[in-house]
Design a protein around this ligand. Structure first.
Ligand code: NAP
Length: 298
């Protein structure tokens, strides 16, 4: 029997729509004053089906707020120099304000080298070392979309971060590490956990705010969560469940066992519909921000 949900949902779809509405107004204001539309270039290498869906969603989202998108596609076996030459061209392009390299890249490409080649002023994924350095130093700059989306979601629901005990499970450059810095910047007491952490369940249970970005399906159970905590689930997993007639149906789940944890937490993000939509909204927000910064510096 499924347990009853008690926690309030942190609705990423709703908040992302609100962010997008605000961006649409900003883009309309830009267009009413200037000739050029903000532009986002997406670099996609290979034919990974998940990456193709993510890229399609990002391009559609751009259209909805009036951002122009440019898709640059390469076959999986493209030489690295071709990718770097293309990024150099996008760096110089007047029409491009943001450049996103869809990850993961095929193994023969050095991800660090490719990401480092993006102009930091156009690095809307916030993954260039200069922008990660600005974040670490508490300075303004382009910030990684997923952690930024988590922070906006917490702010929207007035979750108190200042003074809270925050536990982040995961230390990737994409999510866990930058998110820990953002929580610290907002005065949380932050504990970062990873695959070598001992007593993970015990540490998680101390959290007022528990963020899970481990990439482990339904890892966090009810016993891991302090009653009344806020739980943010960054994980995304597609899994096949048996259908009524035996045929498999797929569903999307996170790193948190939602049914269990929702009965003990105060607030929880659903998967899907939690952090995912916020990530795309932050990409659009970073693109408009990059446009405005470039315009202001001219
Ligand atoms: N919703 C979104 O928009 C969005 C965006 C990005 C990612 N994601 C999802 O979020 C998840 C994490 O993404 P990522 O890019 O950060 O993944 P990642 O690069 O694989 O990093 C996973 C992190 O979790 C840690 N970890 C793995 N297993 C663990 C365990 N059993 N206990 C404790 N820590 C463990 C790893 O520790 P070590 O460092 O020790 O290896 C690593 O730091 C994935 O499911 C991904 O699909 C969602």
């Amino acid at each position: 029997m499924q347990e009853k949900t008690k926690a309030k949902i942190l609705d990423g779809k709703l908040v992302a729509n609100k962010v997008r509405d605000g961006l649409k107004v900003r883009v309309e204001a830009i267009l009413s004053q200037r000739l050029r539309t903000p532009g986002l270039a997406v670099v996609l290498v290979g034919d990974n089906p998940a990456s193709q869906i993510y890229v399609k969603n990002k391009i559609q989202a751009c259209k909805k707020v009036g951002i122009e998108s440019f898709l640059v596609q390469f076959p999986a076996d493209v030489p690295q120099d071709d990718v770097l030459a293309s990024i150099a061209k996008l760096n110089r392009s007047e029409a491009v304000d943001g450049i996103l390299v869809q990850l993961p890249l095929p193994k023969h490409l050095a991800t660090d080298v490719v990401l480092d080649s993006v102009d930091p002023d156009k690095d809307v994924d916030g993954l260039h070392p200069l922008n990660l350095g600005y974040l670490a130093a508490g300075r303004q700059g382009l910030r990684p979309c997923t952690p930024q989306g988590v922070m906006v979601l917490l702010e929207h629901y007035n979750i108190q971060v200042n003074g809270a005990a925050a536990v982040v499970i995961g230390r990737s450059n994409l999510v866990g590490k930058p998110l820990s810095l953002m929580l610290l910047e907002k005065h949380a007491t932050v504990t970062i956990c990873h695959s070598r952490s001992q007593n993970l369940e015990e540490i998680a249970r101390c959290a007022d705010i528990l963020v899970v970005a481990a990439g482990r399906e339904c890892m966090v159970k009810q016993s891991w969560v302090k009653p009344g905590a806020t739980v943010v689930d960054v994980g995304i997993h597609k899994r096949v469940v048996p259908g009524v007639f035996g045929a498999g149906e797929s569903e999307i789940v996170g790193d948190v066992d939602f049914q269990e944890v929702a009965s003990v937490a105060s607030f929880i993000t659903p998967v899907p519909g939690g952090v995912g939509p916020m990530t795309i909204a932050m990409l659009l927000s970073n693109t408009v921000y990059a446009y405005e910064q470039r315009a202001a510096s001219k």
